[in-house]
Design a binder for this molecule. Structure first.
Ligand code: SF4
Ligand code: SF4
Length: 133
């Protein structure tokens, strides 16, 4: 089972192999691959997760910069689920595409410097298109 903070469900969709350190990228690459499998079990949290554990920003400025807990809460609120919920990847991503519009990221992720790249919005749009067929 993977422990994933709520907003990282979205970050996974925009991951293109970039990040904060080699360790971070290697770890996120593995998580990205596993989370994309339909049967992977994910526990959704609003705290440090399996992505954060390899992130150099955890010990420095992440909390002041982007306040990840607030982004998690915004995602949980959109999904109408509580922190600690456990889902199969297939189920939570179906729910995510049903509950979150692409342009919602402009609000949910407003404090994140990666938003302007457009990758996360593109990733969400791509998944919505895939699940719609
Ligand atoms: S914009 Fe930032 S917080 Fe939002 S999904 Fe992308 S990387 Fe994650
Ligand atoms: S920036 Fe913060 S929330 Fe994002 S992975 Fe690093 S420690 Fe976790």
């Amino acid at each position: 089972m993977f422990i994933i903070r709520a907003h990282h469900l979205l970050c996974v969709l925009g991951f293109k192999g970039y990040g904060y350190s080699e360790d971070f990228i290697d770890n996120f690459t593995k998580i990205h691959k596993e989370v994309k499998k339909k049967s992977t079990i994910i526990k959704i949290v609003c705290e440090k997760d399996d992505v954060c554990k390899c992130c150099p920003k955890l010990r420095t400025d992440c909390l002041e910069d982007i306040n990840p807990g607030n982004i998690d809460k915004a995602v949980l609120s959109k999904l109408k689920i509580a922190a600690g919920s456990i889902y199969k990847s297939e189920t939570i991503y179906r729910k995510l595409t049903d509950c979150i519009k692409v342009d919602d990221l402009d609000v949910i992720c407003a404090s994140c410097p990666w938003l302007e790249k457009g990758w996360c919005k593109q990733g969400l749009k791509k998944l919505k298109d895939k699940l719609a067929v």
